[in-house]
Design a protein around this ligand. Structure first.
Ligand SMILES: *[C@@H]1O[C@H](CO)[C@@H](O)[C@H](O)[C@H]1NC(C)=O
Ligand SMILES: *[C@@H]1O[C@H](CO)[C@@H](O)[C@H](O)[C@H]1NC(C)=O
Ligand SMILES: *[C@@H]1O[C@H](CO)[C@@H](O)[C@H](O)[C@H]1NC(C)=O
Length: 179
């Protein structure tokens, strides 16, 4: 999901003035426990994902690097893959990372994990300051393609606790997926 942010150099429609909030992230982030497949449950609308559904990301370790492969079905026609590397930007083990897409190695996209239990949900946060504007967006990822409400309630509460609006959240279409 994050990788699409790189493809179009647009400031998101959720921009506002100010600086990115210094949100608390997961401490002692356990990459091993985070690996595997995550389904995109909800996000703020992004141009980059227009026309895409059945969005998922697979995380793995290859040659010592944290690799990710993002996949979605585009306009119900064909799957689109984007690969990248995930690196820590923190040095103390807290979950502040960045994604470097293979197709555009000079871009580094912030990837913060605000909260995860590793086994059912993850709340991911992207924020970037561009020319005095900030674009901050959350993503809710789940281990199950159709997660139970009990899991979603936890994720929504994380957004509320961080004063991140739920109103702009858009559910990802995960119905009748072939991937
Ligand atoms: C990280 O997660 C793995 C897989 O769940 C587990 O085996 C390991 O003990 C965890 N490491 C720490 C430091 O908790
Ligand atoms: C990310 O980590 C991998 C593995 O340690 C390393 O090879 C790569 O150069 C790092 N990328 C960046 C942008 O720091
Ligand atoms: C959320 O807003 C409340 C009320 O304005 C404030 O007390 C709290 O510190 C904020 N929380 C975060 C994480 O910014």
């Amino acid at each position: 999901m994050m990788i699409y942010l790189l493809l179009i150099a647009a400031v998101g429609i959720t921009s506002s003035q100010g600086t990115c909030p210094d949100l608390e992230v997961v401490q002692n982030f356990n990459v091993t426990a985070y690996l595997g497949r995550w389904y995109e449950h909800a996000k703020y609308p992004t141009l980059q994902e227009e026309g895409g559904r059945c969005v998922l990301t697979d995380y793995s370790i290859k040659d010592g690097a944290i690799r990710l492969r993002n996949e979605m079905i585009f306009l119900d026609l064909f799957p689109v893959h984007l690969d990248g590397t995930l690196n820590f930007t923190s040095t103390n083990g807290e979950a502040k990372l960045m994604v470097t897409p293979d197709i555009l190695k000079i871009r580094h996209v912030p990837y913060w994990v605000l909260s995860t239990d590793y086994t059912s949900y993850s709340v991911m946060w992207y924020c970037r300051e561009i020319l005095g504007f900030t674009s901050g967006k959350p993503w809710i990822l789940t281990r199950e393609r159709n997660p139970p409400n009990s899991v979603l309630e936890i994720a929504y509460q994380v957004l509320k606790d961080n004063n991140i609006s739920l109103e702009k959240l858009e559910k990802t279409d995960q119905a009748n997926c072939t991937n």
